[in-house]
Write a protein that binds this ligand. Structure first.
Ligand code: IMP
Length: 426
């Protein structure tokens, strides 16, 4: 088994970036498999912050190769900006970063339509307005533009003209005007040339890596509850964020993956609209937001905050086949004297262990209260260093969801981590 998949176990923003950065030194290859620039993976190294939207978080380790797979949607200008930001920090990417020629391109009109739809609905879904939904719509409708198309301007123009015709009535209906094919061909053709060295057959690189028995980390984006099939539809993103999405998104088989690690925050957050049973719209929610700096890394929006939802987490363990959980931001809970965890939902007088897909808005969370702690956790490096109440919090999670907690993050920096182990050892 050569691959480990890292997946968000909640509604995104669980801290996947930090965990992938911690695990990357154990891997030869890191592959991002889904989503686009809607993601924002925050990395803090020696107090310096870097946010990556598209390039895998493994890129900070100079010996690690990084691939952006065919399951992603790419805004080429964002991709180029990230390459330049890394170069400005002295981190070269050429020769160790590749984006699949089959990844779909997010075009200006995808972002336009995404924004106009949000405005029309009053921000019902609350998308990131990065054009993700419309781009995946084009992919599924088999009329999308792919990264490889950017390298051939005649092919780009032909496909683009047909594509724009499909969107014209939609844009007009929403009161918008599409950009011209000429403008897009000029701008995106140029971006394609600037990225030429980075566009290639990612699936082949991944296959060769598997054949060479290299260790591969598959980096998910968003989270299980935002997955198009397994999340709180329609309040979801437009891709398969779950571990299963890694197979199609990277171009590998399920037997290539040995271990699935779910990243979960020690409490729950959500950005945008949609059901959130354990949401706290009171002072405690605000305390979590302040202590955890819960503002979106892509859009800056305040995140909705709430108690840890073990029903949602149990669901994540099941649909991702999780081998282990990595728990982040445990230190943030130090601000609270007592902690609640949601162990089940109640609906129509029945106790539910798993979320009811269609009626999650209607459930009442059933809580258990656990004792808090007031010791600083940031210097803890092993589970045994944690205060007894924090250890009991972890044990409660393990007991309720049936999955062990491995690594625990106790602060934003790389160093602020307890029980870091080689994820490939399992
Ligand atoms: P979209 O992916 O921009 O279409 O947004 C759909 C939903 O997913 C919205 O509720 C977004 O706030 C949410 N979302 C998308 N990407 C992320 C992410 O990386 N973290 C958290 N929420 C996200």
């Amino acid at each position: 088994m050569s691959a480990v998949v890292i997946v968000g176990a909640q509604w995104g923003d669980e801290g996947k970036g930090k965990v992938v950065d911690l695990y990357a030194p154990y891997a030869e290859l890191v592959v991002r498999y889904a989503g686009g620039a809607n993601a924002g993976h925050t990395l803090v190294v020696r107090g310096e912050k870097l946010i990556l939207h598209l390039i895998p978080s493994g890129i900070l380790h100079e010996q690690t190769k990084c691939v952006v797979g065919q399951g992603t949607v790419i805004d080429p200008a964002v991709f180029l900006d990230e390459i330049r930001a890394l170069e400005a920090r002295g981190l070269g990417t050429e020769g160790r970063l590749l984006v699949s020629q089959r990844a779909h391109v997010v075009l200006p009109h995808h972002k336009l339509i995404d924004g106009l739809r949000e405005a029309k609905s009053g921000g019902d879904i609350g998308t990131t307005k990065r054009g993700i939904g419309p781009c995946y719509e084009d992919k599924v409708a088999r009329r999308g533009i792919r990264m490889g198309d950017l390298l051939d301007s005649a092919r780009l123009r032909t496909k683009l003209e047909a594509n724009l015709e499909c969107w014209r009535p939609v844009a007009e209906d929403l009161g918008g005007t599409l950009p011209s094919a000429d403008d897009i061909v000029a701008q995106y053709g140029e971006l394609g040339q600037a990225l030429r060295a980075y566009i290639g057959d990612a699936a082949e690189v991944i296959r060769a890596s598997i054949e060479a028995k290299e260790k591969i980390l598959l980096e998910g984006a968003q989270g299980t509850m935002l997955d198009i099939d397994n999340g709180t539809y329609p309040y979801v993103t437009s891709s398969n964020a779950v571990a299963g999405g890694a197979c199609a998104g990277a171009g590998i088989g399920p037997t290539d993956i040995g271990i699935a690690i779910g990243i979960a925050k020690a409490y729950t957050t959500r950005v945008g609209g949609g059901p959130f049973p354990t949401e706290l719209e009171d002072d405690t929610g605000q305390q979590l937001r302040d202590a955890g700096a819960e503002y979106g890394s892509t859009t800056g929006r305040p995140r909705r905050c709430g108690w840890l939802d073990l029903v949602a987490l149990r669901h994540a363990v099941a649909v991702n086949g999780l081998s282990e959980l990595a728990l982040t931001k445990l230190d943030v809970l130090t601000v609270l004297p007592e902690l609640k965890v949601c162990v089940a939902y109640e609906l129509d007088g029945k106790r539910l262990a798993y979320p009811p897909y269609e009626r999650i808005e209607e459930v009442t969370p059933i809580y258990e209260t656990l004792e808090g702690w007031d010791e600083e956790l940031t210097s803890c490096r092993g589970r045994g260093d944690l205060p007894a109440a924090a250890q009991r919090y972890l044990e409660k999670i393990e007991l309720e969801v049936g999955c062990r907690v491995g690594v625990v993050s106790v602060g934003p920096d790389r160093e602020d981590t307890a029980d870091l182990q080689d994820p490939f050892v399992g």
